[in-house]
Design a protein around this ligand. Structure first.
Ligand SMILES: [Zn+2]
Length: 212
């Protein structure tokens, strides 16, 4: 196998392979499986791996300025990120005192509009939530708990508005359906007929979650 990969062994029955947005390849393997078997397994997945790795490399290349903290996404568009003496968002650039001020600055500038959109969609869909909040999440875009309180990842403000809207519809639908069953997706499609394409587009932004 031409790719480097890590092997994570555990109590499991089958082999699987995952690729992170940064192209780190991890094989999940049972304790008993030999390295030769793992190589064979990976060779059988070669076409899939090539496709994923190539796609990620393309995305990483297209986002190189974002990855170097020279640019930052706002509503799906890239703006210069300027380290400066203030935390301020203008129509031309995002100014922050340091990269770790991005979170508070984005929350300050974009929460109000986002929460208004969430409230409006909640009313339109007739799916009341028990409050919304915004926070930094590692690993997810949103979350609806059993008490119907919905928390959104502030990094959503970086995504195109139609993807933000999809995530809101997705989480609101969880207020009446907690799993991702066919019934859940049917409900989502009533308010977001294009949800499959939006869900795919959302994956293009997964790398942001590891970045800030
Ligand atoms: Zn969900």
């Amino acid at each position: 196998m031409e790719y480097k990969y890590d092997i994570v062994r555990s109590v499991r029955k089958t082999l699987s392979v995952s690729v992170s947005p940064e192209n780190r390849i991890t094989v999940h393997a049972p304790w008993s499986v030999s390295e030769r078997k793992i190589e064979e397994f990976l060779n059988s997945k070669k076409a899939w791996l090539d496709k994923v790795v190539y796609g990620n490399a393309f995305k990483l290349q297209a986002n190189s300025a974002v990855l170097k903290y020279k640019e930052v996404y706002v509503c799906g568009k890239k703006f210069p990120l300027v380290i400066s003496d203030r935390n301020q968002i203008t129509k031309d650039a995002i100014y922050v005192k340091s990269v770790d001020k991005i979170k508070d600055t984005f929350i300050k500038y974009f929460s109000k509009d986002f929460l208004e959109l969430a409230q409006r969609l909640s009313e339109e869909m007739k799916l009341p939530a028990n409050g919304f909040s915004i926070k930094a999440y590692k690993g997810k875009w949103g979350c609806c708990d059993a008490k119907k309180h919905i928390v959104f990842n502030y990094l959503l403000f970086m995504l195109p508005i139609e993807i933000q809207r999809y995530v809101i519809v997705h989480e609101l639908t969880h207020t009446i359906c907690f799993n991702h069953s066919p019934a859940f997706w049917r409900l989502v499609s009533e308010y977001e007929p294009d949800y499959k394409a939006l869900r795919k587009s959302l994956k293009n932004y997964d790398f942001l979650i590891g970045l800030y």
